[in-house]
Design a protein around this ligand. Structure first.
Ligand SMILES: Cc1cc2nc3c(=O)[nH]c(=O)nc-3n(C[C@H](O)[C@H](O)[C@H](O)COP(=O)(O)OP(=O)(O)OC[C@H]3O[C@@H](n4cnc5c(N)ncnc54)[C@H](O)[C@@H]3O)c2cc1C
Length: 552
């Protein structure tokens, strides 16, 4: 049952319009309903799940362990859902998203197959107009962008791509039916996380796989395995502490040991033993072996050397091994990948690695990929070329704020926000996991839940006090942007040409977009801002009567 469908008193159709029904939009709707707000969610896809709806490529799975990469807001939910593997596959995560939508009866307030194209703030009435691809326009007091950080698949601009005669697939917008690569010569462009996950699976099926690599990535074995009932039970017992730690203490929202020393505090043998133990354990926590890997280049080099050594051990052909070893950026400064047999896959006779840094792709021919030196004949092409990250999906919507200025105009030199939650000049417009918040540097469900809770609490606060508008103050935004840059500048992260920096998109301004101060400290900052009456946000009273407050 949809909770509240009455219109707000000021004539807007909804209290809140939410854009996107991924994990963020779904939880936002749940919270809004709980507070008695009327809400409408628009979703471009035909189902819920966002990332897990679109990224159906072979091998797609989460890289944060499923017992942690899951909602924590409902204890019943986390106790009843049985994850079958340490890292769930995309179909299982999509089933989970659908289960959540059904369990909390979210669908009645979600309009699928509908893209939000345009949002404009009417300064006279303090109301947003929201125009959608079905030709309709609705009004709302607030808009929440739950559009996702990795939801705008990036198709590379390669000469001749449209003339390719075989099928072309993008990992971030994969067909819903099973694609059969058996007997085909397949080319894959891109060796980021999606490429690294899909290469072993496609290689096992295809007649031949040619991997076109521009930049090699550091990847750690996932050591994925089935979870037994006993594994899940053991984890569930410690859930309260796991969730608390992830929210309050972890830098990245993941439960792990807190390292008590730096990499150079150990001698060679002890250090190697620690790296080896974590390598055998598998997964993203490899970067938590020491506390200074993101800060100190010499420390970082020890971890990078270790991983390069592992690649050399795994790959039989020394030339291929060398090409697969990253050398041009510190480990961890691009999102570290985790894999199942990625490097070993290059020992297969049906897999070829092509270094397109040294020998760039010139064009796509009807049946081949042409580099400067050779034509590689293929029957199907997979683009694992990632996303216009963090800002890409927001930028696709025409968002008009005060004075008719668009968000794209404001962000032309790079996105600026206060706390990643709001941008000056755009009142009553919230962003979930926006640039300037920990977002992609974290277990994103931890960050999503924190943002949603903060926004929901804020809306309850405003309603209880008859407040109509909220907007980031310019000074607060400037200070926050400076802080985000200062914190990033103290780390090794800006040394990599990563999508964190917008470096994968030609012409995109190079600024470090996520907040690297850690999810625990960030949460504390957000809580303090709220406790001080939303310090740094200007709030104005309603010009006309608001609905009576219905606090939970
Ligand atoms: C392959 C892959 C694996 C990942 N694995 C992990 C992991 O292990 N751990 C982790 O923490 N994070 C992971 N992520 C990041 C992941 O994106 C987040 O964890 C999380 O799913 C984001 O949820 P979201 O709702 O914010 O965004 P999304 O899931 O991206 O959902 C946004 C939704 O908004 C919709 N939308 C966008 N614009 C519009 C519009 N204008 N109108 C209507 N609808 C619109 C989109 O269609 C989409 O469904 C992964 C990402 C990818 C791509």
């Amino acid at each position: 049952m949809s909770a509240v469908q009455s219109s707000p008193a000021n004539g807007a159709a909804y209290d809140v319009v939410v854009v996107g029904a991924g994990l963020a939009g779904m939880y936002m709707l749940y919270r809004l309903r709980g507070l008695g707000f009327s809400a409408r969610v628009y979703e471009e896809g035909s189902g819920v799940g966002g990332t897990w709806y679109w990224n159906r490529y072979p091998g797609a799975r989460c890289d944060v362990e499923s017992m942690q990469y899951s909602y924590s807001f409902s204890d019943e939910l986390q106790q009843e859902w049985d994850w079958s593997e340490r890292y769930a596959s995309q179909p299982e995560i999509l089933r989970y998203a659908n289960h959540v939508a059904d369990r909390f009866d979210l669908r009645p307030d979600i309009q699928f197959n509908t893209t939000v194209q345009f949002c404009a703030f009417d300064e006279a009435d303090d109301i947003w107009s929201v125009a959608t691809s079905d030709g309709k326009t609705v009004t709302a007091n607030f808009v929440v962008l739950a559009t996702g950080c990795l939801s705008n698949a990036r198709k590379p601009d390669i000469k001749g791509l449209n003339g390719f005669k075989g099928p072309v697939y993008h990992t971030g917008n994969w067909p819903h039916e099973k694609i059969d690569f058996a007997g085909l010569r397949v080319g894959i462009v891109g060796t980021g996380s999606s490429g690294i996950q899909s290469v072993p699976v496609i290689a096992a099926e295809a007649k031949h796989l040619t991997v076109f690599q521009r930049t090699p990535n550091y990847s750690i074995p996932a050591r994925n395995k089935p979870l037994s009932a006993a594994d899940r039970a053991a984890f569930r017992k410690i859930y309260p502490e796991v969730r608390r730690f992830a929210r309050e203490e972890a830098r990245n929202g993941i439960y792990t040991e807190v390292p008590d020393r730096g990499a150079l505090d150990d001698g060679d043998n002890a250090r190697r033993a620690r790296y080896e133990a974590r390598w055998q354990y598998g997964g993203l926590t490899f970067m938590s072996v020491y506390n200074n890997l993101a800060l100190d280049k010499a420390a970082n080099d020890t971890a990078a050397d270790f991983v390069r050594g592992k690649i050399a051990e795994a790959v039989k052909d020394p030339t291929t091994a060398k090409l697969l070893q990253p050398t041009t950026y510190p480990i961890g400064t691009k999102r570290i990948c985790i894999d199942t047999d990625y490097f070993e896959t290059f020992n297969r006779p049906n897999v070829t690695l092509v270094d397109i840094k040294a020998d760039p792709i010139q064009e796509i021919l009807p049946h081949a990929v042409r580099t400067g030196r050779k034509d590689y004949e293929i029957d199907a092409l997979v683009l694992a070329t990632g996303f216009d990250a963090m800002t890409g999906s927001v930028a696709k919507i025409d968002i008009f704020g005060r004075g008719g200025r668009t968000l794209n105009q404001k962000w032309a030199e790079g996105p600026t926000t206060y706390l990643g939650l709001m941008s000056t000049g755009f009142p009553n417009l919230f962003i979930i996991t926006g640039p300037g918040s920990p977002s992609v540097l974290s277990n994103m469900i931890v960050s999503i839940e924190q943002h949603v809770d903060w926004i929901a609490d804020c809306l309850g606060f405003m309603r209880a006090r008859g407040l109509a508008t909220m907007e980031a103050e310019p000074e607060a935004e400037e200070k926050w942007v400076a802080h985000v840059n200062e914190v990033a500048g103290a780390t090794l992260y800006p040394q990599a040409d990563s999508w964190y920096m917008g470096a994968n998109i030609p012409g995109k301004p190079r600024i470090f977009m996520p907040y690297i101060g850690g999810v625990g400290p960030y949460r504390q900052i957000c809580n303090e801002v709220a406790a001080k009456g939303y310090e740094g946000f200007a709030m104005t009273a309603a010009a006309r009567p608001q609905k009576a407050a219905a606090m939970p």
